[in-house]
Design a protein around this ligand. Sequence first.
Ligand code: NAD
Length: 262
Amino acid sequence: MDLGLKGRGVIVAASSQGIGFATAEAFAREGAQVAMCARTEKTLMEAADKVRSQTGAEVYAEALDVTDASAVQKFTEQVAKRFGRIDVCVANAGGPPAKNFLSILPDEWRRAVDLNLMSTVYLAKAVIPYMQRHRWGRIITITSISVKQPIADLVLSNSVRAAVVGLVKSLSNEFGKDGILVNNVAPGYTATERLQELAQIRALAAGSGQQQVYDAWASETPVKRLGDPKEIADVIVWLASERASYVTGQTILADGGIYRGL
Ligand code: NAD
């Protein structure tokens, strides 16, 4: 199936590892030009080299924090200068810490809003004018199944990511006329470094081993295993493609069926 992504200018934010990295690699395999960012220069450059050497794609990488509005704006301008266009933006970031409500400090709430909501706002604001020029664009946010089914001890994620879904729907309404489609991908338990952190916290709280935590997540999931980051990346790439040209304002779960609602 031709996804129509060859030559597209694609930003994948927070892409030195995990779902972001797998997504950058998947776009590169489709022949897109890919821009990657993350906070730590060394790991980001290694990740970008890996994508280049495995796919032969043109990759631009810049170390930045997605909670810094002016850094995001400058990055976007650089990407547009190098690629001549920005067609796709995957608004990814790390996840907020796993904590229960009474232990969360006001500053931690603000950091979670900055990390997961404001980073998406900054990226969308920066890329939309470039997409409007060509009357074609795709913005894809990465949230979590927590937007459908809150997860114990992830109060920050449960709360802030719901605002991202509201933003996605609002942007899809406002910019559909410009050919810009805006969707959200909500992963379930996916084998990345982030999940390792969560497994450690859960294991400590339960006095069990990490493997038991992983096994429990897998057995709760109808397909009886964790997701591979590449499986989430495939959904993101499809949403960005010409093959998803009438899909906007949606949350697509890539969760092995763990969300139990209709
Ligand atoms: P990860 O922790 O493995 O990778 C996160 C990436 O974001 C890294 O490249 C990191 O360097 C980068 N990053 C973090 N904070 C940043 C910042 N302020 N500025 C720039 N880059 C930053 O995470 P992951 O598992 O790939 O998850 C990606 C997103 O999906 C997260 O929001 C996570 O909470 C969410 N999610 C993950 C799972 C899962 O099971 N892995 C499930 C649901 C939702």
